[in-house]
Ligand binder design. Structure first.
Ligand code: AHR
Length: 496
């Protein structure tokens, strides 16, 4: 059949391990992500644990988020951590110049963030300040958090109520230093990176993973310069890429968009493949063993803010289209997990492509959240080889995209998980999966996230418009599994 996609999956051919950290997230002091989102304060009537909203913690635990990046973003290069420790009355307020010039009272600081990570059960990824901070300030932050000595910084931490050092493995040396982090040239930042990272010392278990600021989008020169001049001093190099339906002036609406915008958004999201490939090729030349991880620590959709909301707060709704963007992007990361070690969707609550939206005590899970719930099956699993033997396409005239995106892995229980997206907003995708090397019998189950309306999204009054439902009637026959994927859907199939 011509309009069918045929894929072979070889369970005996395991490629790389899918790092759980690919399923990471990002929370910045921006709009209502931290304040009025994650942090409601201990005196709030909204149920909380030491000021941290309980429903958010529970939801993030359910999807096993492995790592959370903080405090920015652009905010990181303005943030002075010493203002955010000690009793609230001692904390010095500041103006959040990156995001609307609102007054930041520093009520949520190092202790609160690391407590949040403990409650979620995830690793912290802390970004230090290169743009407006000093080497000493960065050095002392790591000492404060991770050193056990009888010395000024650890003793200050103890005075502030935390006896044991925290485990902080992931540490970013600046953010977007080509832009909001200091407008540096790559040659200059490479030298600054080398200097700052020298004093970003290991105090804990000796496994500090230093992440250098990487490129924006298609800036391959930045990657080239960083790898040439500083590769041996880094463990990870970042990359930022946002998917816009329009351009930076008119980014498009999150919920009111045309079929063309649906297509364009997905076409742009699929460019992550090219980015990972090309930045990866440059990294390969300097690091053929793939020691340095590609850390896509900001990605996701970026639309115009919801009408009537503060333009600096980046609050947007989240529809079925966002679910598809998440699904295809995570498939790309899985397929490139030999190089992509971590990725962090921007941003967890109430900002950009959020997992969760809140308003007062109201709370909802977005379609993007449900995609992370389906895909968590891949965390730490072995990527399986998938060969597209025949690819159906969809689109207008010559402007065409593959109808289906997928990745497959085998977990430590021998279960095979296959995640599939049908990008087509009109047609069902007919997919034939030829399964080779199956060890287990072949009981198949599935869940799918879909809707008839491309604009479908969850609201506080209808929070479950979009959520995964079970797929029935799945069976393997003669090593073949034939499935029909609804238009605009994200599906998980599990074979055990
Ligand atoms: O995620 C919003 C902003 O996008 C971040 O602060 C910055 O790093 C990027 O430009």
């Amino acid at each position: 059949m011509e309009n069918q996609t045929r894929i072979s999956i070889d369970a005996s051919h395991k490629k790389s391990t899918i790092s759980p950290h690919i399923y990471g997230h990002f929370a910045e002091h921006l709009g209502r992500c931290i304040y009025d989102g994650i942090w409601v304060g201990p005196d709030s009537s909204i149920p909380n644990t030491e000021g941290i909203r309980t429903d958010i913690v529970e939801a993030l635990r359910r999807i096993n988020i492995p790592v959370l990046r903080w405090p920015g973003g652009c905010f990181a290069d303005e943030y002075h951590w010493k203002d955010g420790v000690g009793s609230l009355s001692e904390r010095r307020a500041m103006i959040n110049k990156s995001w609307g010039k609102v007054v930041e009272n520093n009520g949520f600081g190092t202790h609160e963030f690391l407590r949040l990570c403990e409650l979620i059960g995830c690793e912290p990824y802390i970004v230090g300040n290169v743009g407006s901070g000093t080497v000493l300030e960065m050095q002392e932050w790591l000492e404060y958090m991770t050193a056990d000595a009888d010395a000024p910084m650890p003793n200050w931490r103890r005075q502030n109520g935390r006896e044991e050092p925290w485990k902080v493995r992931f540490f970013g040396v600046g953010n977007e230093n080509w832009g909001c982090g200091g407008n540096m040239r790559p040659e200059y930042y490479a030298d600054e990176y080398r200097r700052y990272q020298t004093y970003a010392r290991n105090h804990g278990e000796g496994n500090l993973y230093r992440i250098a600021c990487g490129a924006s989008d298609f800036d391959y020169k930045w990657t080239e310069v960083m790898m040439e001049r500083a590769a041996k001093y880094m463990d990870g190099l970042s990359l930022h890429y946002y998917t816009l339906a329009g351009d930076w002036k008119n980014k498009g609406s999150a919920t009111d968009f045309s079929e063309d915008e649906w297509f364009i958004t997905l076409k742009k999201a699929l460019r992550m493949e090219e980015l990972v490939q090309k930045h990866g090729e440059i990294m390969d030349r300097y690091d053929p063993e793939k020691r340095v991880g590609l850390i896509v620590d900001e990605w996701g959709t970026w639309y115009d803010v919801e009408p009537g909301t503060n333009p600096h707060f980046l609050f947007q709704q989240n529809s079925l289209r966002d679910a598809l963007v998440a699904g295809v992007t995570l498939n790309i990361f899985n397929q490139h997990s030999d190089r992509v070690y971590m990725a962090n969707l921007a941003q967890t609550v109430n900002v950009l492509q959020a997992l969760i939206l809140t308003e007062g005590d109201k709370f909802l899970l977005t379609p993007t959240y449900h995609v992370f719930d389906l895909y968590k099956a891949h965390q730490g699993a072995a990527l399986l080889e998938t060969i597209i033997e025949q690819a159906a396409t969809y689109g207008n005239g010559n402007d065409r995209l593959p109808q289906v995106s997928l990745s497959a892995s085998e977990d430590d229980q021998g279960r095979i998980n296959i995640t599939l997206c049908n990008l087509d907003n009109r047609a069902t995708a007919k997919v034939g999966l030829a399964l080779k090397g199956l060890v287990k019998g072949g009981k198949v189950s599935g869940s799918t996230l879909a809707a008839k309306d491309m604009h479908a999204h969850n609201t506080f009054s209808n929070p479950d418009t979009l959520r995964p439902v079970a797929l029935a009637g799945l069976a393997i026959s003669d090593g073949e599994l034939n499935v029909e994927l609804a238009p605009m859907s994200v599906t998980l199939l599990t074979i055990e």
